[in-house]
Design a protein around this ligand. Structure first.
Ligand code: SAH
Length: 260
């Protein structure tokens, strides 16, 4: 994506406050620590206020992890979508990011990251994300994990994510181009593995690369779902083996082999 294509938020207002990302990220995180009910009025239709509303919606959906809510209130999602979609950036909807792929819904991103953290205090250690897409979820993860390794099989999206993330200068995000079916051995073992694309089963490599005490969250096709649809799978690796739970239905793009 070119600089020209990346509009400020919202596209039609001139007093946008997103000119300097670092400054606005600071504003957003300090705002996120104010109880929602007592927030100052009259912020206007800038992206901080719109994100705060998105966070309220996430809370209504049942997201309770304060660190996850704070991260969702901080990362400027509108910087990850094309200019024509900027005004939908804070709706709870997936949006096209090119090459037939989508940025996940904020509700799903926050749900999966909440599961990944499983109530832990403090930051996760190293996390592997399969399916970088536009880089949005990697940016959210960067606030909640020590290191984020994110792998993408489509060169065009890997490049787009790099460009999108440049603005944020996130030193702990490592973007990798490759087939995430093999995981990423060099960063292993991982405290968390999170997949943004769904296959028929979880590749063995992911389980092997998970640390003991680590957790994997991934969409998988399941016979338990109507029509073999996808559900969220959570796998905990313990000293005595794996513990699995299959949760609610989800809709992710397919996990595919090879690179393109
Ligand atoms: N987390 C992303 C969501 C992207 S959609 C975001 O925030 O935008 C899922 C992505 O998974 C797609 O870009 C798709 O190309 C990628 N993907 C599918 N199979 C993959 C594989 N085997 N390895 C790496 N990426 C894969």
């Amino acid at each position: 994506m070119t600089e020209k294509a990346r509009a400020s938020f919202p596209a039609k207002l001139s007093n946008s406050r997103v000119g300097d990302g670092r400054a606005s990220a600071l504003r957003a995180s300090s705002l996120a620590s104010i109880p929602l009910a007592s927030r100052p009025q009259g912020l206007g239709m800038d992206s901080v206020a719109v994100r705060a509303r998105m966070v309220q919606l996430l809370q209504k959906q049942g997201i309770v992890d304060a660190e996850v809510l704070k991260a969702m209130g901080t990362v400027e999602r509108h910087r990850f979508v094309d200019s024509a979609l900027v005004n939908q950036a804070y709706e709870d909807t997936s949006l096209p990011i090119g090459l037939g792929q989508t940025i996940s819904k904020p509700g799903v991103v926050s749900r999966m990251i909440e599961l990944l953290r499983s109530g832990s205090a403090g930051k996760l250690g190293r996390v592997l994300e399969i399916g970088t897409g536009c880089g949005y979820q990697a940016a959210v993860l960067s606030l909640l994990a020590q290191e984020v390794y994110s792998i993408e099989r489509l060169r065009g999206l890997h490049d787009k994510a790099r460009e999108n993330l440049r603005h944020f200068r996130l030193a702990n995000v490592h973007l990798l181009f490759g087939d995430g079916m093999h995981g990423y051995e060099k960063g292993a073992p991982y405290a968390g593995i999170i997949a943004a694309a769904g296959g028929d089963a979880v590749p063995q490599a992911w389980l092997d690369q998970l640390a003991v005490g680590g957790r994997l969250v991934a969409p998988v096709h399941s016979k338990a779902m109507a029509g073999g649809g996808q559900a969220l799978l959570v796998v905990d690796k313990t000293a005595n083996g794996y513990q699995q739970s299959l949760l609610e239905a989800v809709h992710f793009v397919p996990l595919k082999s090879g690179v393109a």
